[in-house]
Design a binder for this molecule. Structure first.
Ligand code: ADP
Ligand code: MG
Length: 491
């Protein structure tokens, strides 16, 4: 979907193919390296809480334009501030989501919690955002990065991505290319995010209080959560981490006299949501009640409900409209820089502009992706499938969706390694999506911490619409930075 015969191919970091015996040996080694260093997941097909599979990975790091990587890194503190300001703009969030919540029940449920919290006043003024801004390089604009989406809830893979840099460095060294390691940027995503949680814990300022991770009933991506937990426990042994599902919080949680969140006798300082971002996580009203209980509590939420809503696709679409950024960013240079990462995003609300986007999507569907207000992958509709999907909706139902220009990333060639996959792996055409992590902590008036916190690269088959790592078409990767004026390194 993402490419045609004319799509440029980025120069590889090393010459491929590898000789078969060398490939077999290094792939087997990389698989064991991954399992032994926790670049791993629970199997969905043969689930056992007692074992792990390596997470799908790309053997040799995929190339990414250095200038664009550096741009994304430099932009992150500005994006952090933007999202913080958006999250605290009640009027903007309310107006932007007004049509969507009439037809999208899940967003409406989140919004109801927001409305109730607003009515009673925020018990906790501070929020922590652990964000991930995702990009693809867009070939028709000289590989300039375009934002795919911004995640404000459960931004994942900081743990595994941090492990993948040494893994791919190990592979490159084994293959005799230690001289190239300097083109792989350091990645401290795990420490960056965890230190952010600890800074929030410090703000809460109660030595006995714990950090609570909200988890799914079954965590397939367990390593990526345990990394965070173990990092916190090992670096800050005085801070305890608890893991609970929404259902368990409903059963065990209550508010104390100052609205502190209590699980049994343990007070919760910080809540880190790794679940709660999709309808399936709320089995009944009990889970919604738990979410509301936490939201009204004194605990510092990651994300708080307003941050969660600021990360919806609808808000992203609204931000990409001309002149909207001026509401949230003062510096004209920053407005320009952020404006450039947006590709076309269009409302499908039932009004003149929305109906024009609808007509445009029917005329040239191959230019677009259609997105609902969902996270977690597998929800979008692509290209030629869009007209049928749109025609099945009523005019008002369309406002639960947004339309976005397809980004066309350059190709890379490499070996994708999956549990149960071919040995040796075949060379495939791939495209990559870069995620930049950011941490922002503050209240409505002040931002007290704001920094960029590492990165991740997810690479998928060029023929795939989406590259969900657990879903089967994507793999974890790290960027190998190339300059446009580099010599051809394949010689
Ligand atoms: P989710 O919240 O489900 O992760 P995304 O907006 O990130 O939703 O879309 C999922 C995937 O779909 C992305 O990781 C990317 O592979 C693909 N995708 C999304 N938007 C675009 C786009 N505008 N152009 C090309 N691919 C896209
Ligand atoms: Mg995504």
């Amino acid at each position: 979907m993402s490419s045609d015969a004319n799509t440029p191919v980025l120069r590889n970091c090393i010459r491929l193919p590898l000789a078969e015996d060398e490939l077999l040996e290094v792939t087997a080694k990389a698989k064991d390296y991954a399992i032994m260093h926790g670049a791993a997941m629970r199997s969905k097909t043969a689930f056992s809480p007692d074992s792990l599979n390596f997470a799908p990975f790309v053997l040799v790091p995929s190339s990414f334009p250095r200038k664009e990587f550096e741009k994304a890194v430099a932009l992150q503190p500005i994006i952090n501030r933007l999202m913080h300001n958006v999250a605290h703009d009640e009027e903007f969030i309310t107006t932007t989501l007004a049509e969507t919540i009439k037809v999208d029940e899940f967003t409406a449920n989140l919004f109801n919690i927001y409305r109730k919290v607003l009515a009673h006043g925020f018990t906790q003024a501070y929020s922590i955002g652990l964000l991930r801004s995702d990009y693809m390089a867009h070939v028709s604009e000289g590989c300039a990065i375009k934002q795919v989406e911004i995640n404000t809830v459960a931004s994942s893979f900081a743990g595994i991505a941090t492990q993948l840099v040494p893994q791919q460095k190990f592979v490159l060294s084994e293959l005799g290319h230690a001289d190239k390691l300097h083109n792989m940027p350091d990645n401290n995503a795990l420490a960056g995010l965890c230190n952010g949680m600890v800074k929030a814990w410090d703000i809460y300022a109660k030595p006995q209080a714990v950090i609570l991770f909200i988890i799914e009933d079954v965590s397939y991506n367990i390593c990526d959560q345990r990394f965070h937990e173990f990092y916190i426990r090992e670096t800050y042994p005085h801070i305890k981490v608890l893991r609970r599902t929404l259902t368990e919080v409903h059963r065990e949680g209550k508010l104390g006299q100052s609205k502190e969140l209590l699980l049994g006798s343990q007070e919760v300082a910080v809540i880190y949501f790794r679940a709660g971002y999709e309808p399936g996580h709320y089995h009944s009203q009990a889970e919604w009640d738990a979410r509301y209980l936490m939201e009204t509590s004194l605990a510092i939420k990651c994300p708080s409900i307003h941050y969660h809503l600021a990360g919806t696709k609808k808000v992203q679409q609204a931000l990409a409209q001309p002149a909207v950024l001026e509401r949230f960013i003062n510096d004209p240079e920053e407005i320009k820089a952020v404006g450039k990462i947006f590709t076309g995003l269009y409302s499908l609300d039932d009004n003149e502009a929305g109906n024009a986007s609808y007509e445009m999507a029917l005329r040239t569907p191959e230019r677009f992706v259609l997105k609902p207000q969902r996270e977690g992958g597998g929800n979008n509709v692509y290209g030629v499938d869009i007209p049928d999907a749109l025609k099945r909706m009523s005019r008002v139902e369309r406002s639960a969706w947004i339309l976005m220009d397809l980004i066309h990333p350059p190709l890379t060639k490499g070996y994708m390694v999956r549990p149960g996959g071919d040995m040796p792996p075949q060379i495939v055409d791939m495209v990559s999506e870069l995620g930049i992590f950011g941490v922002v902590i503050g209240d409505a008036e002040h931002i007290v911490h704001n920094y960029q916190a590492g990165h991740m690269l997810r690479t998928k088959l060029s023929t795939a619409n989406e590259g969900g790592v657990a879903a089967g078409l994507g793999a974890l990767d790290s960027p190998y930075l190339i300059d446009s004026d580099d010599e051809d390194e394949q010689k």
